[in-house]
Design a protein around this ligand. Structure first.
Ligand code: 3HC
Length: 321
């Protein structure tokens, strides 16, 4: 796609039709290409929310690092939590290519002007929750994020390729952890089942509101930021999980789950959208704890940012001597 101002001074319609043509041809929009303001704003909103979810998402699992039942489990969990920090960095970097810095986005997160995923407002009560997060939460994230590797905005799409590879490891470690518990003692099996009972419905909510209430889906799909609707991805996730739960020897907590021969999908019960809305409004079980911990971590890290800035200043001064 033509870069802004590279060949002559075409009018705004020329830029807009070049953008529309690039999206229609499945080409990537790159940072220096012209793009509509609303496209840029939508990307910043979605990428920021995604980045915030990665760093807030470190908290529920980090809670179990010091209590992992073996060195092997601890090493796996540490690697996973560190991956999430890396995902946050790639995503804040992608947002930066749109002209919005990390400081500004973190400020919006800390002041409640930007969201993070609803799922991270639930507590991790037992070790089995680490498995349930891996299998269900990371599984839902992969289902949602693999299509984002084909997002029309280049830096976001490229960041998603690596993120999805790592998420795939996260999902598998969770599945394997649950499998071991499920085949363990009766108490371990019950602990795994209890975790699934608590994480199943919030995982379905991760995909966002139903299509007829999704404010952004239609426009985001027209721009090829999103490739599938919230409900399509939620259905795909349910279809993947049902046989996996069976293989795990665990039950999904939905009496209405039924194979629909005609549709070729699993029908599932009604989601409690009242709960979803309450969590988004800040009234989930852990909203307050998560955001105050995040603010505290940011304040505690002020000296690192100051030191990095002083170091950069010194280097610049030395180079200009
Ligand atoms: N939690 C919090 N807010 C949510 C939400 C959820 N699960 N689902 C939707 N929302 C918000 C939207 O952000 C929007 O609010 P806003 O206008 O203030 O931004 C509102 O609800 C309406 O929803 P829409 O369906 O219109 O919003 P989108 O078109 O943006 O679709 C989405 C929502 C499917 C989550 C989409 O933004 C998306 O695909 N995002 C990228 C993936 C992402 O953010 N994942 C976070 C999951 S966790 C994760 O990745 C960490 C990993 O380690 C597990």
């Amino acid at each position: 796609m033509a870069e802004r101002g590279t060949d002559g001074e075409p009018g705004p319609e020329t830029y807009e039709s070049a953008f529309d043509a690039a999206v229609a041809a499945d080409e990537r929009i790159e940072p220096r290409d012209w793009m509509p303001d609303a496209y840029r704003a939508t990307l910043v909103r979605q990428i920021a929310q995604h980045a915030h979810s990665e760093i807030i998402g470190m908290m529920p699992e980090a809670n179990w690092l010091s209590r992992a039942p073996s060195l092997r489990r601890k090493a796996i969990l540490m690697a996973k939590v560190q991956d999430e920090a890396g995902h946050g960095l790639y995503l804040y970097g992608a947002a930066e290519t749109l002209g919005t810095g990390r400081d500004e986005l973190l400020d919006k997160l800390h002041s409640g002007r930007q969201k993070y995923s609803s799922i991270f407002n639930y507590p991790t009560l037992t070790w089995a929750d680490v498995g349930a997060i891996g299998w269900l939460v990371d599984g839902a994230a992969i289902t949602n994020q693999v299509p984002l590797c084909r997002c029309s905005y280049g830096p976001y799409a490229r960041a998603m390729v690596r993120i999805c590879k790592e998420e795939s490891f996260h999902q598998r470690q969770g599945y394997e952890l649950l499998l071991v518990l499920s085949r363990g003692t009766d108490a371990q099996h019950a602990m795994a089942q209890d975790a699934i009972d608590r994480w199943w419905w919030p995982s379905l909510m991760m995909f966002g509101p139903p299509d007829d209430e999704s404010a952004h889906s239609a426009q985001s799909m027209a721009w090829k930021i999103k490739r599938h609707s919230n409900d399509e991805l939620r259905q795909r996730f349910v279809d993947i999980c049902v046989p996996q739960a069976e293989a795990l020897g665990l039950t999904l907590p939905d009496p209405d789950l039924r194979w629909n021969e005609e549709a070729g999908h699993w029908d599932f019960g009604a989601i409690d959208w009242g709960e979803f809305k309450a969590v988004l409004k800040g009234n989930g079980p852990c909203n307050e704890q998560r955001i105050s911990q995040r603010r505290r971590a940011h304040e505690d890290g002020a000296w690192v940012r100051d030191a990095a800035a002083a170091h950069a200043r010194k280097r610049q001064e030395a180079a200009s001597r």
